[in-house]
Design a protein around this ligand. Structure first.
Ligand SMILES: N/C(=N\S(N)(=O)=O)N1CCCC1
Ligand SMILES: [Zn+2]
Length: 261
């Protein structure tokens, strides 16, 4: 009963009215990663990331977040290794953030929340013929989560931040020709991995999550630029794009594995 009422409260959250469509989900995301409950798996390999900066296409405001889309018509920007059986193609990356620095990330570590979280979304071209198919496939997707914490200026992120005024309104789009998302990865190889779901509709349980242990640092001005984006289209009453994160979901019968002792 607690869980269903929890989900009902969760389902009424403005961004996820359609939550009730995921009836009886058993592997929903995001979750709170309890470090002491995670299990070191010596069979987990290092994650291998090969992104081709020329596959970057454009940046746009989709009404939930700002998103950078990639050309996924070939195996040019791919990840492999880690918990993965084969390679996955990068489709897009986006962020989730709060109105203030005290919250914003979707996942938490021992209930610690970060001001923002980066998601790099990849799909399995071996078991699916398109991203849209992979969204509905068990383990069709891999999302790498990277926490953002307040600290030093992030030079690589700044190129993205400079483009944000051009995509302030919902459905705005601007060409973004060369960008290597590897610059947004922490140098530490450590990660947790667990089986979960998309955190926005369709909330499908098709995601192998890889959450990097170490956050990247961004400065206050960069976070404030995120918060100047709008959920609303041009001409509508302005609603600032903030708090675009989903509430925590129950772990249920899942174990989080770690790549490190
Ligand atoms: N929610 C999502 N990604 S996320 N937040 O779970 O990484 N997506 C919705 C459609 C495709 C990606
Ligand atoms: Zn996301």
């Amino acid at each position: 009963a607690a869980c269903s009422s929890y989900r009902l409260r969760d389902a009424l959250h403005p961004l996820w009215q359609s939550e009730l469509s995921v009836s009886g989900g058993t592997r929903q995301s995001p979750i709170n990663i309890q470090w002491r409950d995670s299990v070191y798996d010596p069979h987990l390999k290092p994650l291998k990331i090969h992104y081709d900066p020329t596959t970057c296409l454009y940046i746009w405001n989709n009404g939930y977040s700002f998103q950078v889309e990639f050309d996924d018509s070939a195996d040019k920007s791919v990840i492999m290794g880690g918990p993965l059986e084969n390679h996955y193609r990068l489709k897009q990356f986006h962020f989730h953030w709060g109105a203030i620095n005290e919250w914003g990330s979707e996942h938490m570590v021992d209930s610690k929340v970060y001001p923002a979280e980066l998601h790099l979304v990849h799909w399995n071209p071996v078991t699916s013929t398109s991203f849209e198919d992979a969204v509905m496939e068990n383990n069709g997707l891999v999302v790498i989560g990277v926490f953002l914490k307040l600290g030093a200026h992030h030079a690589g992120l700044q190129k993205l931040v400079d483009a944000l005024p051009a995509v302030r309104h919902k459905d705005a789009i601007v060409e973004f020709d060369v960008f290597d998302p590897s610059c947004l990865m922490p140098s530490c190889p450590d990660y947790w991995t667990y089986d979960g779901s998309l955190t926005t509709p369709p909330l499908t349980e098709s995601v192998t999550w890889i959450i990097k242990k170490t956050p990247i640092e961004v400065d206050q001005n960069q976070l404030e630029e995120f918060r100047m984006l709008l959920f609303t289209s041009a001409g509508e009453e302005e609603k600032r794009m903030v708090d675009n994160f989903r509430p925590l979901q129950p772990l249920m019968n899942r174990t989080v594995r770690s790549s490190f002792r």
